[in-house]
Design a binder for this molecule. Structure first.
Ligand SMILES: Cc1ncc(COP(=O)(O)O)c(C=O)c1O
Length: 427
């Protein structure tokens, strides 16, 4: 790489030290131009990804492999959030609270532009999207917004996160709905087995199918489309927990044909923590009551807005959300998702060569992306996590007593994965 470009990247406002040196006077002064970042990046290949890695603030001695829990925000996104918060504190007095000056409260604005940008990525109308805090809010807004009654059946799976099952369990206790779990295979190698495990639970009383798009522990990319299409024909409401999906795989909501979908954008879209979405298909959104109500609770013209108004929140997190969407588009959605898949496959291919490793995630690449879970002979998950950190400063995450869940994202590279293999080989 030419020295001039390297020095551009390290010296620009995107560099690691940038946060402390920026002066925060007003928005225009602190605006960092995404186009010049893009112009500074090579077209493709390893050089491109090496420069992308430099757009993130992670300590250069460390490797973060725990994106399934929380993503790392780029310097661009961090700057946007911090600048905005500081700007609001400095210039808050200038607002007459009638729409002039900085936006001080997150919970009242329709955020049309952000929702439009998300609609473009997710292939839906912006009015079908509500900006919410996270996936857990999404599950609760749907479960409590539907008017379920005693005896109505809900099909969930045995591989849910708490943010995918707890609201349904609450309704079981509170309202007497019937909560059922489909037992998903481990490893989940066959699409048909997954589909059958869910569809075989359907009865004449089934009202809702609530399942993950990507399974939290194993990273299985579920055959959602087939399940939703079947459910639609039967008049069963489908709600998909996409906490792990947006930014990890391509999510096309029209194509998936689900009724509702929610996601945590602070995971794979690398948005600031506290950003999520809820999608409700136009054709069913009238059937969902808002769980949190404010002025717009009955807004029939913009249903997404009616579920989004939540009182005072941090508007800088919304500024950061928009920055993270712009950052994703700057890299290019297709390129981003291909990179996650490439690194995931690189990890799985290497692990398959190691005699002491058992992959418990799917062995079917059609059902895999950036999350891989495995176990290593003779060492439990927490000990393996500790060993990887102590020897090589690699930080995946253990799950339960046995397993290690290893996430890879655009800021990771093959060399970091190779060092994981070296440590595992030596065990
Ligand atoms: C599948 C799934 N659903 C829901 C959640 C909850 O996400 P959040 O804590 O952002 O609400 C997670 C978090 O890891 C998850 O993996």
């Amino acid at each position: 790489m030419k020295n001039s470009r390297r020095s551009f990247i390290s010296k620009s406002a995107l560099g690691v030290g940038a946060l402390s040196t920026l002066s925060f006077v007003n928005k225009s002064n602190s605006k960092i131009d995404l186009k010049s970042i893009k112009d500074g990046l090579p077209n493709d290949g390893n050089e491109f990804w090496a420069d992308v890695k430099n757009l993130f603030p992670t300590d250069k001695n460390d490797t973060y492999f725990n994106n399934g829990t929380l993503g790392v925000q780029s310097n661009y996104v961090l700057n946007a959030v911090i600048n905005d918060m500081r700007n609001n504190a400095i210039n808050g007095a200038k607002t007459d609270y009638k729409g002039e000056g900085p936006n001080l409260l997150a919970g009242y604005d329709p955020y049309l532009k952000i929702r439009e940008k998300l609609g473009m990525i997710l292939n839906c109308d912006f009015k079908e999207i509500s900006l919410i805090q996270n996936a857990t809010f999404g599950m609760n807004f749907v479960a409590h917004g539907l008017n379920l009654k005693k005896g109505d059946e809900v099909i969930n799976t045995n591989q849910e996160h708490g943010g995918g099952y707890a609201a349904w369990k609450q309704l079981e206790k509170r309202k007497g709905i019937v909560y059922k779990q489909a037992i998903l295979p481990v490893p989940a190698d066959s699409k048909e087995d997954i589909i059958n495990s869910v569809l075989s639970m359907i009865t004449s009383k089934t009202k809702v199918i609530a399942i993950p798009h990507i399974v939290s522990v194993y990273g299985t990319v579920m055959p959602i489309k087939e399940i939703c299409e079947f459910a639609r024909k039967k008049g069963i409401f489908t709600v998909i927990d996409g906490a792990q999906a947006v930014g990890q795989i391509d999510v096309d909501l029209k194509d998936l044909s689900c009724d509702a979908y929610y996601s945590s954008l602070h995971k794979w879209l690398l948005s600031p923590p506290g950003n999520g979405i809820l999608y409700l298909n136009n054709s069913i959104s009238k059937d969902i009551w808002p769980t949190l109500s404010s002025y717009n609770w009955d807004n029939k013209e913009d249903k997404g807005f009616s579920l989004q108004q939540s009182g005072t929140g941090n508007p800088s997190l919304r500024v950061g959300l928009e920055a993270s969407i712009d950052f994703f588009n700057m890299i290019g959605g297709e390129k981003w998702i291909k990179r996650v898949k490439h690194l995931g496959k690189y990890l799985r291919d290497g692990l398959k060569e190691l005699e002491n490793v058992e992959i418990v995630s799917s062995h079917n690449e059609d059902l895999c992306a950036g999350l891989t879970t495995y176990k290593v002979d003779g060492i439990n998950g927490p000990e393996l996590q500790k060993t990887l950190w102590e020897r090589e400063r690699l930080q995946p995450r253990s799950v339960g007593k046995e397993l290690l869940r290893h996430s890879v994202h655009i800021y990771n590279n093959e060399e970091e994965i190779d060092r994981t293999f070296d440590v595992i080989k030596s065990i």
